[in-house]
Each structure stands twice: as structure tokens, then as C-alpha cells.
Design a protein around this ligand. Sequence first.
Ligand code: NAD
Length: 375
Amino acid sequence: MNKKKVTFQRTIEYEVISALNIFHPQNWALLSAGRIEDARRFVVVDANVEKHYSTAIHEYFDYHHVEAKIVVFPGGEENKTLDHYLSIAHELDSFPIHRRDEPIIAIGGGVLTDMVGFVASSYRRGVPYIKVPTTLMGYVDASIGIKTGFNFNGNKNRLGAFHAPQTVLLDKSFLITLPRRHLLNGVCEIIKLAIIKDAGLFHLLEIYGAQSVHSHFQDEKSGIILDRAITSMLEELEPNLFEEDLARKVDFGHTFSYGLETRHEAHLLHGEAVLLDILISTLIAHSRRLLTNEETSRIFRLTETLGISLDASILEPRLLHASLTERTYHRNGLQRVPMPRGIGECVFLNDINLNEIEAAVNSLENWITIKHEII
Ligand SMILES: NC(=O)c1ccc[n+]([C@@H]2O[C@H](COP(=O)([O-])OP(=O)(O)OC[C@H]3O[C@@H](n4cnc5c(N)ncnc54)[C@H](O)[C@@H]3O)[C@@H](O)[C@H]2O)c1
């Protein structure tokens, strides 16, 4: 047989839109994509969001004469499972929707949008969906990219797909009811971006970070932080949506954290694991003279100012090293660990060893338990 080559290109396009009060009847944002005449919508809502907005959601769809099936999903990493994936798929299959013009609507944190995104990517080999993040983690990170999935076989996000949403609706008023620990969880991803690519954002966090957490990101200055974080994140994601380039700045804080999260899923949030990784990485970068004493101190001071509590007891060097090895498979044979070179700049390392990790863990444990200047 002659050789036949098949080539096809597809443009990925989606909008990230700021929209306040999305359940207000006069707000069309939720229905702006897809059919509205004689229409149906399959909506999955986080249980903690549903507590506050159940009536508003039902009234919204009733007002627009859209027949909506509202499925309530419990957030939390422990629910990012195959069983929950299947139960959402069952619910969807019993509520037929048009394949193209009745997008699934996902309203919740990163766990929910990742799960529902994967349902959308696999149901009929891909149906459209809209993401509405309700946590800070979702707002600045999980909702604005195209990765979906759930945890499998003791590994985070091991089964998943790239599936772009049709629209991402950012309504920061959801953050009003978000508990402080989950606000800080999202802040950790903003700190990541600031250190690895945006010195201006780092400075904003130094000045306005604590007050932004206090206001649940509702005041003017925190709006600037949110906008800048999203712009920075999209700058990184957009040219490399499918991760063809495996050396990604946004993987800063996502090397050692992987093993920590998997081992301590019950009591460690994603952002908390990321922050521990960031601090270990900062100490490695400092010992390699990629960061000065002053830059290293600024990073530790910021953590303190924001009042994020860290659990040092879980830092086992061998576990962190095993996580690095696992990530090396994920990154196709090289460590490709992003490291700051000065605040706001990035290099990639491929030769981190166990001794360096041990030394960094010792310093970090001292800092967390004794809480005084170590640098
Ligand atoms: N796809 C991506 O690119 C990407 C990026 C970053 C993180 N993630 C994933 O995101 C997940 C973490 O997301 P998360 O931190 O949002 O966790 P989550 O979805 O579990 O939400 C955290 C908690 O907040 C509650 N909640 C949600 N919205 C609320 C609100 N408005 N008010 C009160 N409570 C509310 C939830 O019920 C849950 O208990 C991880 O699984 C991580 O892998 C994905």
C-alpha cells in the first residue's frame, strides 16, 4: 500500500469573561453560548455553592424557560474519583442534551471543573462545556486552562484529557463564601506565578496580599492582583496549551508537591503542597546562587505575611525525591524543574539530587518549627 499521510489542524478558541452576579435573571452570560429556544442544560454544582445559590440557580433557568437538570457534586480532592466520574456520566446519559448547542455547565472548584471537564471530553467523544470557577484556585488556575481529569490508582489526575471549554465565566463574588484556608490555597498558585514570571505581581502580593485575603478578594487592589494573575497565567498557557513543550514555567511548585499530595490527600490541599514545594525549590535555588539572600528572605517573608500555616512533619526527602523521579516520566525523561533566577525569572534544572533535597528540607523544617530567620 502507498503511504498516506493525514494532517488536520483545528483552532482552539475560548473566551475568559468577567461577569458579576451570573444568576441574576437579566444576566445572559450563562446562556450566551448555545441554543436558548426550547433548550436544556445539564448543570453540575458544587455542594457548598449549592447551599448558597440553590434557589437563585433554579429561578434563573425557570426565568429563561430552559429545562435544567441540576446535579450536586461534593467538592474536595477525595471525591475526584472514577466512581464520581461514572455517576456524573450516568446522570448526563439520563438527561439527553444536544451534542453541539447545549453546553454542560460546571459550577464549582477545581475538583468539579476537572471532573466535569473530563465527562464533557469523553461523552460522545466530546461535547461543549462552560466553566464557572467558585474557588480562588479555580479562578486563577484550574478553570482557565484546558486540562481535565481525575485521580486514579493513587496518582493525581492520572486519567484525563485536554478539552477546551467553550467559555470560562469569572464571577469573583463566589469568593465571598470561600473559607480562609481555601482562599490561601488559591493564593499559593498566585505566589507561584509571581516568583517564576512576574516580579510586579510579587510586589503587589507583598503590599496588598494580606488585605486581599481579608476582603475575600472583593476590594479594588485585590481585583488588580486577580487580573494580573490571570493575564500572567494565560500568557504561559496559551502558546503551549497542549504542553508540547514540557519545560513549563507554570510547573514551578509542582514537582515535589506531587508526592506530598498523593501521600497526604486527606489533609493537604493542592496549594499547600505547592507552597511547600515552592519553599524547598527556593532553598535549592538559593544554595545554587540563583537567588540572593535578600530575594530568598522576601519569599519567606511573604509567606509569613500572608499567614499560611505549613506542616513540616510531612517533609520526607525520599518521598520528595521519588516524586521528582515520577515527574521525570511525566516530563519525558528529563527533570525539567523550573527554578527562579531572581524573582520573576526562570531557569530549568535537570540535575537535582537527593542531598540537595535533604539540605533544603532541613532548612525548611527549621524555618517552620523555629520561625526565625534562617537565611
Ligand atoms: N485543570 C487544571 O489546570 C488545574 C489547575 C490547578 C488545580 N487543578 C485542580 O484543582 C483541584 C483543587 O481545586 P480547589 O482548591 O478549587 O478544590 P475543590 O474543588 O475541592 O474546592 C475546595 C472546597 O471549597 C468548596 N467550595 C467551592 N466553592 C465554594 C464557595 N464559593 N464557597 C464556599 N465553599 C466553596 C468545595 O466544596 C470544597 O470543599 C485539584 O484537584 C487540582 O488538581 C487543576
